[in-house]
Design a protein around this ligand. Structure first.
Ligand code: ZN
Length: 72
């Protein structure tokens, strides 16, 4: 189940490092900023999608830590 109201998106890269993009609401706009490289962008729609795109393209971080979690 996607976290529609999540204020951040985190992904792991192939080296097991976590990269986090934060989503901040500023009026109707949302600002997304990357903890790893300082990248920022305004996004009115689907900020989480843009965050995921950035993580995948800039950091090759595509592993969602909240998916496929080990049951034990
Ligand atoms: Zn980044």
């Amino acid at each position: 189940m996607p976290e529609i109201n999540a204020s951040k998106v985190s992904r792991w890269d192939g080296h097991g490092r976590e990269h986090v993009v934060r989503v901040r609401r500023t009026g109707v706009q949302r600002t997304i900023s990357c903890d790893t490289c300082g990248w920022r962008q305004g996004a009115q729609f689907l900020p989480w999608l843009k965050a995921q795109e950035h993580l995948a393209q800039a950091h090759q971080a595509t592993v969602d830590p909240t998916e496929g979690r080990d049951p034990h």
